[in-house]
Write a protein that binds this ligand. Structure first.
Ligand SMILES: Cc1cc2nc3c(=O)[nH]c(=O)nc-3n(C[C@H](O)[C@H](O)[C@H](O)COP(=O)(O)OP(=O)(O)OC[C@H]3O[C@@H](n4cnc5c(N)ncnc54)[C@H](O)[C@@H]3O)c2cc1C
Length: 448
């Protein structure tokens, strides 16, 4: 029996340190940055922002001293090489914060891009792009989805070979950090007539190359729309709509094998989905904590909300959903650690947790908002932000439906059709078979 839910004591010390550090240092930073003004109501000026940036650097130094900087990285890349289960336990804590990933050097989309370059890059590409990314000196983006299609089979953005160059042409949409990044990894079709998995390649594109045009820096809803992109206000955090207009790339801009883009990007997306799922656990736990505190504090009709059976049922439902989801994510991480590969079995689990993440996040945050009444609908609790981002989970990195289709396809490979008139589990058939068996069992017994 090797099943063991204990965390080894040395790692528990690190978890405890991260929990304390996040609650005492990172969460106050989130709250301070949310309002962006001082106690007197003055907006933060350049000097104050410099002080905040220096403070963030000092937090990063403390993280480095603990050996937790870039904790998603293997030892070969200067990270602690924790493996997926431990990564999950840390991502769960960071899920409660906005600035946590920046302070720990594991912010998306840089994390996935680091893995992509580490696995597919040449030595020169690693030096130019990976090293500064690891050091937190450069920021990156991953440019794959297109305005007319999120599904790779429909992509149109092309890269065509012209002598010693690749010429990149097309449009990309919702490229997170696209406007503020120093470079982008762009997925482009290089062999339109080949089977889907050999059709695309990835390219490293410097953001300031001629022909890279940000049409708009798109943000999530609830943010004012910017009709014209203003490069002087360039910043991270948006999801850029980008035109690549005859961008002439050197031959060594190709990342990985020509035609290996879709397969190569799966490494990035698969690991990322597990990390997102565990950060969703952190978000949901925070929402449930708020719901429990409120249920104990708020009174109606002479008793606490916590004494109302329908409130109790909601709290219990959230607890059960969260516990099951958390165990499923950890189980998936454990499978990855065990095999070291994204096998069919693991891809099945990843698709399943990706789908659950959206549902569990939605349900638990909704119940917490509902339980808070008008306070839950206000902009004065963290629940509003959680609710705005809840639908993301069912869309980013592929819609729940496309993952469900994939999951069902993978599941069905373990089964065979029954070509008889009735299925293999048809009871009359099973009884007839059992009667044959027991005819013999009884005869043997009576013969003795
Ligand atoms: C927060 C966030 C960050 C993102 N960051 C990036 C990024 O950095 N880089 C990048 O390239 N992209 C990014 N994306 C885009 C993301 O990858 C796509 O939104 C996603 O793949 C879905 O594609 P789509 O938006 O075109 O939706 P569509 O493919 O148009 O799907 C829309 C809807 O159609 C239905 N549908 C789709 N497929 C199926 C199916 N197979 N079966 C049944 N119904 C289906 C579903 O209801 C689905 O929600 C981001 C998205 C979000 C929300």
């Amino acid at each position: 029996m090797a099943i063991d839910f204990d965390v080894d004591p040395e790692f528990q010390v690190q978890i405890d340190w991260v929990k304390k550090f996040v609650s005492e240092e990172v969460e106050p930073l989130d709250h301070f940055m949310r309002v962006g003004e001082d106690k007197q109501g003055n907006p933060l000026d350049e000097d104050s922002m410099k002080a905040v940036r220096a403070y963030i650097k000092s937090l990063q130094t403390q993280v480095k001293a603990q050996g937790l900087w870039g904790f998603h990285l293997g030892e070969d890349l200067g990270g602690p090489g924790l493996g997926q289960v431990k990564l999950c336990l840390l991502n769960e804590i960071l899920g409660r914060t906005r600035m946590g990933p920046t302070v720990f050097g594991c912010q998306a989309p840089d994390t996935g891009n680091m893995e992509l370059i580490a696995h597919n890059g040449t030595e020169a590409q690693k030096k130019k792009y990976l090293e500064p990314l690891l050091a937190g000196e450069k920021r990156s983006a991953f440019s794959m989805t297109e305005p007319h299609a999120g599904e790779p089979g429909e992509f149109k953005c092309m890269a065509v070979r012209d002598g010693d160059e690749w010429v990149l042409t097309g449009e990309k949409w919702y490229t997170s950090n696209g406007a503020g990044a120093d470079f982008l990894i762009v997925m482009a079709i290089t062999a339109p007539d080949k089977p889907l998995l050999e059709r695309a390649s990835m390219f490293l594109v410097d953001r300031n190359m001629p022909g890279v045009e940000i049409v708009r820096d798109v943000h999530g809803f609830g943010t004012p729309i910017e009709m014209k992109y203003d490069d002087s206000k360039r910043r991270l955090g948006g999801h850029a709509y980008i035109k690549y207009d005859n961008v002439r790339l050197p031959i060594d801009a190709l990342l990985g094998e020509e035609g290996g883009g879709f397969v190569g990007s799966q490494t990035r997306l698969s690991g990322g989905r597990v990390h997102h799922a565990m950060r969703a656990v952190g978000v949901c736990q925070y929402a449930l904590d708020m719901a429990c505190e409120r249920a104990l504090s708020r009174r109606t009709k002479g008793e606490r909300l916590a004494d109302k059976q329908m409130v109790q049922a909601d709290l219990a439902e959230s607890f059960i959903q969260l516990k099951q989801f958390r165990l499923h994510v950890l189980y998936t991480a454990w499978l990855i650690d065990k095999t070291g590969k994204y096998t069919r079995e693991i891809r099945k689990e990843i698709a399943a947790i990706k789908i659950s993440a959206a549902k569990v996040n939605h349900d638990i945050v909704y119940r917490a908002i509902h339980l808070h009444g008008a306070l839950g609908m206000s902009n004065e609790t963290p629940l509003g932000d959680m609710w705005m981002s809840a639908p993301y989970m069912g869309i980013m990195d592929g819609s729940s439906e496309s993952h469900a289709a994939n999951l069902a396809k993978l599941m069905l490979r373990d089964y065979e059709a029954c070509d008889d008139l009735f299925p293999t589990y048809h009871i009359p058939k099973l009884v007839a078979k059992a009667q044959d068996k027991f005819e013999q069992v009884i005869a043997d017994y009576l013969e003795k």
